[in-house]
Design a protein around this ligand. Structure first.
Ligand code: GDP
Ligand code: CA
Length: 313
């Protein structure tokens, strides 16, 4: 079975790990990863969502902290701070910096981000193909209440999403193209899954790459997993993002935001948590195929069970 997942970082990584355990031939999994979180910092290119998925699948991620590499140290970051270089509130781990240096070197050698992702994915037997959504640099910016505009990472990490956002923008995205293989991976998959990732800043940018929505329109089947359980975001601050685009933090509101393919949206099927079972009839009345499933990915087994539910015809 060929499965293509559209994903952000941590929520995406948990889901993809479960999916790898759930399908027999993991080589048939392609993950199209958000690159809206990417940035240049101290001369290196960071791709937080690609790295989150890479580290999780390789089993070298820090499971305690929830991000970055296990056994990380921060000697280089301390030196950068002493120099007044980079962002003092954005720590780069030493092992993580190794990834960024390798990536930046390959980019400087002329490789496209999709070729770099292939090299990064070849170090460990991760068992899936990682594709950035686009090879074009389209970093997400946030406009906050007083009109100030900043990189998404500054809003998210420095301000912990506490400044009220009024808009998310991806400068240049109208001219971006899906990375080589993205459209084919969507069109040729037996199932495309929208991971339980941040709908606004993880899945949103992927859907905004010209050609991706059209490819989803031609896909065999598109299933989405709600990142909202019981009216709350599970980990992180996605509610601050949803509020900015006027979408309620609720599983049914996110479904309507994505929309049904039959009505110009992107989904056929929507998985909601058992805690949100009461929302199913309302969606069903609108024509949705809703499945009520356990959506907590608290361990690999639960993640695999969720992945199996997403693949069920
Ligand atoms: P990020 O790029 O690291 O922020 O990660 P993603 O965008 O991939 O995922 C963030 C979203 O994952 C959050 O908004 C959560 O609501 C969702 N999420 C995290 N853990 C779980 C879980 O166990 N189950 C479900 N259904 N959603 C989750
Ligand atoms: Ca992210």
């Amino acid at each position: 079975m060929r499965v293509t997942v559209l994903a952000g970082g941590v929520g995406g990584a948990r889901f993809v790990k479960g999916l790898r355990d759930a399908v027999e031939d993991a080589d048939e999994i392609t993950v199209v990863v958000n690159t809206g979180d990417d940035l240049w910092l101290s001369g290196v290119r960071l791709q937080p969502d690609i790295d989150s998925i890479l580290y999780a699948l390789a089993g070298v991620n820090d499971t305690e902290r929830g991000w970055g590499r296990a056994g990380e140290s921060e000697r280089v970051s301390a030196e950068l701070q002493a120099w007044g270089a980079g962002w003092p509130w954005f720590t780069l781990g030493d092992l993580d910096l190794g990834t960024h240096l390798a990536r930046t070197g390959w980019l400087r050698d002329g490789l496209a981000p999709s070729q770099v992702a292939e090299r990064l994915g070849a170090r460990w037997p991760i068992g899936v193909r990682l594709l950035p959504m686009t090879d074009t640099e389209v970093d997400t910016h946030v406009v906050v209440e007083d009109g100030t505009r900043m990189h998404f990472q500054e809003w998210w990490t420095r301000h912990r999403a506490s400044l009220r956002a009024t808009a998310f923008e991806s400068p240049g995205i109208a001219d971006a193209r899906p990375a080589p293989g993205v459209v084919e991976a969507i069109e040729e998959a037996d199932v495309v899954v929208l991971a339980p990732s941040n709908p606004v800043v993880s899945i949103g940018p992927i859907l905004a790459v010209p050609g991706v929505r059209e490819a989803l329109g031609r896909a065999r089947r598109v299933v989405g997993v709600s990142p909202i359980i019981g009216g709350k975001v599970v980990r992180g601050m996605a509610d601050a993002c949803l509020a900015a685009i006027g979408v309620k933090t609720a599983a049914d509101a996110v479904a309507r935001h994505y929309g049904r393919r039959a009505e110009g949206g992107v989904l056929d099927t929507w998985l909601v948590a058992e805690e949100d079972a009461a929302l199913a009839p309302g969606l069903e009345a609108e024509g949705w195929d809703v499945r009520v499933e356990p959506l907590w990915m608290t361990d690999p087994e639960r993640s695999a069970t969720l992945a199996r539910a997403a693949l069920r015809p």
